[in-house]
Design a protein around this ligand. Sequence first.
Ligand SMILES: CC[C@@H](C(=O)O)C(=O)SCCNC(=O)CCNC(=O)[C@H](O)C(C)(C)COP(=O)(O)OP(=O)(O)OC[C@H]1O[C@@H](n2cnc3c(N)ncnc32)[C@H](O)[C@@H]1OP(=O)(O)O
Length: 252
Amino acid sequence: MKKVKLIEEKDLTWIVLNREKLRNAIDVDVMDQLLEALHLAKINTSKAVVLIGEGNAAFCSGGDLSVFHELKTEQQALGMLSKMQNVLEEIFYFPKLTVSALNGTAVGGGCELATSCDLRIAAPHVKVGFIQGSLGITTGWGGASMLYERLPQPVAMEMLMTSRVYKADEARALGFLQGIILKEPFIEGVREWLAPYLKVENGVIAAYKHRFVDKVSRDDLSTRMKEEVALCAKLWETDEHHQAVDAFLNRT
Ligand SMILES: CC[C@@H](C(=O)O)C(=O)SCCNC(=O)CCNC(=O)[C@H](O)C(C)(C)COP(=O)(O)OP(=O)(O)OC[C@H]1O[C@@H](n2cnc3c(N)ncnc32)[C@H](O)[C@@H]1OP(=O)(O)O
């Protein structure tokens, strides 16, 4: 079974993280399959891409700790973290509208993935949090650099430095989320919320997307993300981080 599903409709491409039992955690296969799905979404005729998780417990729980806990050193971590940085960059500069539809909780790297998209919408029960600080690391996929592009600096700083987990309405008030989807089923609510964006032609969406990404130099953002990733890789090998991950994996 694919760990990432691609559902192509006329106007929308859905990219579905398909690891419900692990709360849609991201391993190396997911990274590869996300890139593959993005490539297909780029060349089809859809206007927008929606990232979503399978089930309604989680959008994405970040990196798959059951496999990534085996990465012990800075160098080992760096390879994995850089690979996902590349995926986030692809999404940030994707030539169509990108939307994270949070049907469930997004924590850690799950929030970074959501941040790479142009817009974030969520079901009311959802919680979001850049919890990396509580694991003794920082955002390892370059998500903080992107968050500083998306939100006012004090808001981004609060979300990152406090490692707080926010309810959906709090995240909406902060501007991290652009909408709360009350309609059920969630997917229908997402379609309804996105409908006004999809009334225009592909070229209109692509043009306005360009106006935004053109003002964020890819070289510059990429350099900042690489520095962010490298700093996280250094923290990765500390005892504090390994103990926090062990505590999660061995909880009873
Ligand atoms: C590594 C990259 C780094 C970055 O650069 O940002 C990160 O992503 S750091 C953040 C890593 N993620 C976490 O620390 C989150 C861990 N998960 C949770 O806190 C919770 O699971 C949840 C996401 C809040 C959901 O809670 P809940 O709905 O109560 O589910 P469970 O906790 O019972 O989990 C069910 C099942 O899934 C497994 N799981 C959950 N998250 C992960 C994960 N990130 N990696 C691997 N496995 C995960 C969990 O262990 C449970 O498994 P079983 O016990 O076998 O059922």
